[in-house]
Design a protein around this ligand. Sequence first.
Ligand code: SAM
Length: 282
Amino acid sequence: MQLLGPGHIRDLAELLDVTPTKRLGQNFVIDPNTVRRIVRVAGVGSDDVVLEVGPGLGSLTLGLLEAGAWVVAVEIDGRLASQLPVTVSELAPEAAGRLSVVHQDALTLESSPVAPTRLVANLPYNVSVPVLLHLLAALPSVASGVVMVQAEVGQRLAAGPGSKAYGAPSVKAAWYATWRTAGQVSRHVFWPVPNVDSILVGFQRHGHPGDEALRRRVFGIVDAAFGQRRKMLRQSLAGVFGDSASASAAIEAAGLSPTARGEELTPDQFVELARRCPHPTP
Ligand code: SAM
């Protein structure tokens, strides 16, 4: 199958009168080798229904179709969403029946025309974490995935306690899945060339530690703990637990030290703490 190279990408952009915008994180992949690498790392095959967020001009979409997958592509930009089936019909007519395009903001997606098994995407960088957290919550059929994100964000998603990169996104992402970094990507495979480095991140979903009410409490505690990163837990969680004495009692009951800081706690320890939180946090 023919994938999109730099010439195709520029021709398509010109045809559609698209000037890539930073606001929508529009950096298009112009290198078929990178596309095939992402598809390979994601382990996509003909049994898969892949959810692709932000197909753009179709670089990765064609690679996913080449691997035999069905693709549900969710694109916020109407011009790109309308053009995608046309591009696929022209370059890969035999695969056109395996593509569904949804013209929508991925942050508002609550269901998919076909239940996706995997998420594979070159994500818009400004919303990559909210999009991932939203889709993992909204689409439980997604069992695994590989996404390209800004390198700093990818390191955060995969970080464990005690490391500099560990923060609220690490703990929230760990609620849904186990994460790993899966290789760096050169800036020069994009048009336009971004001013940040990129990385692939893979995830494998695991069972959630609890129900939606517990998840909300965990996320509230995580936001409070990392919002005041330098403070000890008994201070940073005083608001969530009512006051610092109640926070200390709950922290000790969870087997933790009230003088610990959020960055020292594992995701499981945040869950233990949330189980002792009496107040539903908004
Ligand atoms: N997948 C294409 C590629 O690899 O060349 C394009 C990737 S580009 C980094 C991100 C794409 O996401 C753009 O097409 C952009 O219009 C789209 N996008 C941005 N925000 C979005 C959102 N909230 N929901 C869905 N698509 C979005």
